[in-house]
Design a protein around this ligand. Structure first.
Ligand code: PCA
Length: 204
């Protein structure tokens, strides 16, 4: 059986819930064709999350790495196209707020997702889920983990990796007050569809 490492993040900033946690829990252990999903949750901490990702990779030995993040305010599921070698922005959950720093001092400027992002969007839209490719994952934790995942995947050569941002749930939208929400079931189904497209792509 081949393996997919599916990661989500804990809550951060003024988002008291991170729906990626429930999506990851719902899909953990699921088998899609010849792939099993291993769900793991990451800290919103620039220093710790990179170490955590490496530990999870070491433990699971994945063939595919798909990381999820909340994009509070977006109203579509958005597979990300690119991760840039920059960390910058709001403080993480440990109070660390890097300014214009490189993720890897001698790393490439950017890594492109190796997931089938166009096929994901087409498949989501076909099934009635609003979706689009996003051309920026920002410079916060999500970009950071996408960059780390793709750096590892490139070293390995045959590992697919990338990142998908998801909108808030209804529950979080109500709590927050100023962002759109989706039904949790639809977020889970939407992410599962993206994973199925990746498996089809990987299996040719
Ligand atoms: N979203 C944040 C970090 C954690 C998460 O779920 C981001 O978009 O960077």
């Amino acid at each position: 059986m081949k393996k997919i490492l599916l990661t989500g993040f804990e809550p951060f900033l003024n988002f008291k819930i991170n729906p990626t946690m429930e999506v990851v829990e719902a899909l953990d252990g699921k088998v899609i064709e010849d792939y099993e999903i291993f769900g793991r949750i990451m800290k919103v901490d620039f220093n710790e999350s990179a170490k955590q990702l490496k530990e999870y990779i070491h433990e699971v030995q994945p063939d595919i790495i798909i990381s999820l993040g909340l994009a509070g305010g977006r109203y579509k599921i958005t597979p990300e196209r690119i991760a840039i070698n920059i960390k910058d922005g709001e403080p993480d959950n440990n109070g660390f707020a890097p300014v214009d720093e490189k993720i890897h001092a001698d790393g490439e400027d950017a890594h492109l997702s190796s997931l089938p992002i166009r096929r994901m969007v087409e498949s989501l839209n076909k099934e009635g889920f609003p979706a689009d490719i996003s051309n920026t994952a920002g410079t916060y934790l999500c970009n950071n983990i996408m960059y780390e995942g793709l750096s590892y995947a490139k070293q390995q050569g045959d590992v697919l990796a990338g990142f998908i941002h998801i909108p808030a749930t209804f529950e979080l939208a109500i709590q927050h007050g100023k962002i759109p929400g989706w039904h949790m079931r639809d977020l889970i189904d939407g992410v599962e569809l993206c994973i199925k497209e990746t498996v089809n792509f990987a299996n040719g």
